[in-house]
Design a protein around this ligand. Structure first.
Ligand SMILES: [Zn+2]
Length: 389
């Protein structure tokens, strides 16, 4: 804990140090010029801080080139600490162990039954974290923190999982407290869409951008909003619930209690219902995408219609927030242009032209890993100057 007087030389120095550390932590590696641009600090201040951090073993500096000129790249030292990501999805549990230099050291995914109880789920997560730490060769006391992703909204005040969570038996569970108690490590929780946004921002299709929206279309539909390089959650933690934008007042009743939400047109269970009559047997969203890519006309039509409807939601988002990029994640993103092109058509039709012009709509590059990598990034983004959560 700092006892510096606010505004004193030493507190200013600490604040600058933290700005540099945060910039490097979130980017993985930056040249000194990039640090200066990103933090607004002078080249001389950055140079002094980097020297100090290098001497203390916090960062490593390597020669590189930037735009054809020699430059020095700064990254966090690989043994500066270990972060763990845990992602509970509708049908999977995925765990990753990484270091602050953005290297993923171990990662595994297991299928998870949607009816699994919260206790069984956390039992399995605990065992996986212990196993992967063993594989990575680090003891538990090297772990700075755990990022935990859950498929539903988290109440900001209580930390409880909200009632619209996709895992039915988990409503009211306190996932952060539960996992932290088992592992004896600090745990930071967020919903899957926010983590997908963080994952793509730090490792994927959103690298280097300050403003983007990640839209996850799977069983449910959610979005994670990045504004000025930070996830925007809103005071109640429910920002980004794009799946519950009303498209048709008289439409189907949604799990949220309203009618005609975007999710009731594009969530996987609704899409699969449209195809059941013509495709007997067990269909999944990824199978529908595969059939569409093989030319199945019904599957292509269902995906194209979903794209148009997602595009209406994206157009609203675009008018309100003017993001530079919208990144599509979840199983439907695997359809590529079959879904992206109708999204772009809808954006062109419904968004104001100036907002639509600056927007690119692209698929995520991390696929099913976006959330677990975002969970690692969550720990990095929540670390304070002392390097703890
Ligand atoms: Zn709804």
């Amino acid at each position: 804990m700092s006892t510096d007087t606010p505004g004193s030389q030493s507190s200013l120095h600490r604040a600058n140090l933290e700005r540099v550390l945060r910039a490097v932590r979130m980017a993985g590696s930056l040249t000194q010029a990039e640090i200066a641009r990103g933090t607004g600090l002078s080249a001389a201040t950055v140079s002094n801080i980097v020297r100090e951090l290098k001497e203390s073993g916090t960062v490593v500096v390597a020669d590189t080139s930037s735009g054809g000129r020699r430059a020095r790249s700064v990254s966090l030292s690989g043994d500066a600490g270990i972060v763990v990501g845990v992602d509970f999805g509708h049908t999977h549990l995925r765990v990753a162990v990484g270091n602050l230099a953005h290297r993923v050291l171990a990662e595994e995914s297991e299928p998870l039954d949607v009816d699994v109880s919260a206790q069984q789920g956390f039992d399995r997560a605990e065992r996986m974290v212990e196993r992967l730490l063993g594989q990575a060769g680090f003891p538990a006391d090297k772990v700075i923190g755990v990022g935990l992703g859950v498929p539903g909204p988290i109440d900001v005040e209580t930390g409880a999982l909200g009632s619209t969570a996709i895992l039915p038996g988990w409503t009211g569970v306190m996932p952060g407290r539960e996992l932290s108690g088992r592992l004896g490590m600090p745990v930071h929780v967020d919903n899957d869409a926010n983590l997908g946004a963080l994952g793509e921002l730090v490792w994927g299709a959103g690298r280097g951008l300050g403003d983007l929206a990640y839209i996850k279309v799977a069983s449910g539909v959610g979005s994670g909003l990045v504004i000025n390089g930070q996830i925007y959650r809103g005071p109640g933690g429910t920002a980004g619930e794009i799946g519950h934008i009303t498209l048709d007042e008289a439409g189907p009743v949604c799990r949220c209690g309203n009618r005609g939400c975007l999710e009731t047109f594009v969530g996987s269970r609704y899409l699969l219902n449209l195809l059941n009559a013509n495709h007997p047997g067990e269909l999944s969203l990824s199978r529908v995408v595969q059939l569409a890519q093989q030319g199945d006309l019904g599957c292509r039509r269902v995906i194209a219609d979903a794209g148009r409807q997602i595009g209406m939601g994206v157009a609203t988002l675009c008018n309100l927030l003017n993001p530079r990029r919208v990144i599509l994640g979840g199983d439907l993103a695997e359809a590529g242009e079959l879904v992206l092109s109708p999204i772009r058509d809808s954006v062109a039709r419904y968004a104001i032209p100036s907002a639509a012009r600056q927007l690119s709509v692209v698929p995520g590059t991390l696929g099913g890993r976006a959330e677990v990598l975002g969970a690692l990034a969550l720990v990095m983004s929540e670390m304070g100057e002392t390097g703890v959560l």
